[in-house]
Design a protein around this ligand. Structure first.
Ligand SMILES: C[S@@+](CC[C@H](N)C(=O)[O-])C[C@H]1O[C@@H](n2cnc3c(N)ncnc32)[C@H](O)[C@@H]1O
Length: 229
């Protein structure tokens, strides 16, 4: 799925918006096509179900401000913008310039005012206490643990007090079985990720798991929802 993935490192001493030790995707429209094909034929739609559940858990209200970190080609951010309406505002950031270009094109075609920017979780270019909700879907497994900590601290900084965080991610590789065990790199266990979320200053940390359906190659996934203290 990630044949166009790269690790970006800028020149020494400089930190451009896209520099990261995370795994950056550069597939643009191909990400949407591959994602649709894999989800439809191998995952039995479970990736779409996972993201729908993540959005439902955030319980967005009209007028709220949301950020999608590692937004890829922007599908979730566009969905969230419809929920917050004309008075709400949604931002999406991703280090993959091709993903951001594709997201911008989709927003323009749908006449939705989502703001997509090249950026990284470890340096969120937003003031403190800006957002009611921050999302991260299928992204945490792209980051080494040190970067997860750094990123969660940044998310806590840009969330308002009482703001909600929703993270959806694949199950860790070691916890998969059968065909799913061969898919993707894998990240932290849900419990380890939840512990990092608590360490970053969140409370009411709740977890949900999604097991693979029968005859699905979906690797299993989990959702963590939490509130900033
Ligand atoms: C599997 S994609 C998921 C995209 C989208 N959230 C979705 O659910 O379809 C993971 C994304 O994380 C991005 N990413 C990698 N390192 C990152 C970082 N340091 N900060 C923000 N996003 C990053 C990649 O470029 C990629 O677009």
């Amino acid at each position: 799925m990630h044949s166009f993935a790269h690790h970006n490192h800028g020149a020494a001493g400089k930190a451009p918006n896209s520099e990261t030790h995370g795994l950056v995707l550069k597939e643009g429209w191909r990400y949407d096509l591959h994602g649709w094909l894999i989800d439809t034929f191998r995952f039995r739609g479970q990736a779409r179900t996972l993201k729908r559940r993540a959005v439902a858990l955030a319980d967005m209200r009209p007028g709220e401000q949301a950020l999608d970190v590692g937004c890829g080609t922007g599908t979730l951010a566009l969905d969230v913008q419809r929920r917050v309406g004309a008075t709400g505002r949604v931002y999406g950031i991703d280090p993959g310039a091709e993903q951001i270009a594709r997201a911008c094109a989709k927003a323009a075609r749908r006449h939705l005012p989502v703001v997509f920017r090249v950026g990284v979780i470890e340096r969120l270019a937003f003031p403190d206490q800006t957002f009611d909700v921050v999302f991260s879907t299928l992204m945490m497994h792209h980051l080494p643990d040190t970067l997860k900590r750094q990123g969660l601290a940044e998310i806590a900084r840009v969330l308002k007090s009482g703001g909600r965080l929703v993270i959806a991610d694949f199950a860790r590789k070691q916890e998969r079985q059968g065909q799913a065990a061969r898919f993707h790199a894998g990240g932290s266990s849900l419990q380890d990720l939840a512990a990092l979320v608590k360490d970053a200053g969140f409370e009411q940390v709740e977890m949900e798991q999604m097991q693979p359906l029968r005859f699905s190659a979906f690797p299993g996934a989990g959702i963590i929802s939490a509130r900033k203290r």
